[in-house]
Design a protein around this ligand. Structure first.
Ligand code: B12
Length: 151
C-alpha cells in the first residue's frame, strides 16, 4: 500500500453505487467525466455492500464521496448507507453526494431529495441534473490531508 499526495487542485473522489445496484455505465460515465476534469477517481464498481463502502472510505480518504444509482432503490439504500457513514468516527465527516434515478416510476423529486439530505448527504442530484456540476462542487471543496491516504 503506498501513500500519495494529490497534485494541487486535484481532488480524490470515491465513486460508488449502492448494494442492490448492478448498473455500471453510469459509474463509467462519471469516472471518465471526473478524470477529464483532472480529478482522481477510485471506482468501486457495481453492487457495493455497505461494509465495502465504509471500509473504502477509511482506506481511500477521499475529498468527496459520489454515489450514483439508477435501479430505483437509491432512495432507500442510499439513506441507509449514508447514515452508517455519518456514524463512522474516522470517515464520517467526508462530504457526500448522491445522484441518478433515485426512485421508481419517476419518483425522484423533492421528497426523495429531502429524505436523502435528512439522512446525511450534502447534495442530491436528480436524473435531469447536469453531472458536470459535481466539478464545480469539487473545486469549492478543501483538499483533505494526504497523510495516511492509501491507494
Ligand atoms: C443497461 C441497463 C441495464 C443493464 C445494466 C448492465 C450494466 N452492466 O450496466 C441490466 C440488464 C443488468 C439492467 C438491470 C436492471 N435494470 Co436497468 N437499465 C439499463 C438501461 C437500459 C441503460 C442504463 C445505462 O447504462 N445508461 C447509460 C448511463 C451512462 O446513463 P445513466 O445510467 O442514465 O446515468 C446518467 C444519469 O442518471 C446521471 N447520473 C447517474 N448517476 C449520477 C450521480 C450523480 C451525482 C449525478 C450528478 C448524475 C448521475 O448521469 C449519467 C449520465 O448522464 C436503463 C434505461 C435507460 N435508457 O436509462 C435501465 C434502467 C436503469 N433499469 C431499470 C431497472 C428497473 C432494472 C432492473 C430492476 C430490471 C429487472 N426487473 O431486473 C434491473 C436491476 C438490476 C440491479 N440489481 O440493479 C430501470 C430503473 C427504473 C427507475 N429507476 O425508475 C431503467 C431506467 C429502465 C426503465 N425505464 O425502467 N439494466
Amino acid at each position: 500500500m503506498r501513500t500519495v499526495a494529490p497534485r494541487d487542485g486535484r481532488r480524490r473522489v470515491l465513486l460508488s453505487t449502492v448494494s442492490s445496484d448492478a448498473h455500471t455505465w453510469n459509474l463509467v460515465f462519471l469516472q471518465l467525466l471526473l478524470e477529464e476534469m483532472g480529478h482522481e477517481v477510485v471506482n468501486l464498481g457495481p453492487c457495493v455492500s455497505d461494509r465495502l463502502l465504509l471500509d473504502s472510505m477509511r482506506r481511500v480518504r477521499p475529498d468527496l464521496l459520489v454515489v450514483s444509482t439508477v435501479n430505483g432503490h437509491g432512495r432507500l439504500d442510499g439513506a441507509r448507507v449514508i447514515r452508517k457513514l455519518r456514524a463512522d468516527p474516522v470517515a464520517g465527516d467526508v462530504p457526500a453526494v448522491i445522484g441518478g434515478k433515485l426512485g421508481i416510476d419517476g419518483d425522484e423529486g423533492t421528497a426523495a431529495a429531502r429524505a436523502l439530505v435528512d439522512a446525511g448527504f450534502d447534495a442530491v442530484f436528480t436524473d435531469t441534473a447536469d453531472a458536470s456540476s459535481i466539478g464545480r462542487l469539487l473545486g469549492a471543496l478543501p483538499q483533505r490531508a494526504a497523510e495516511g491516504r492509501a491507494v
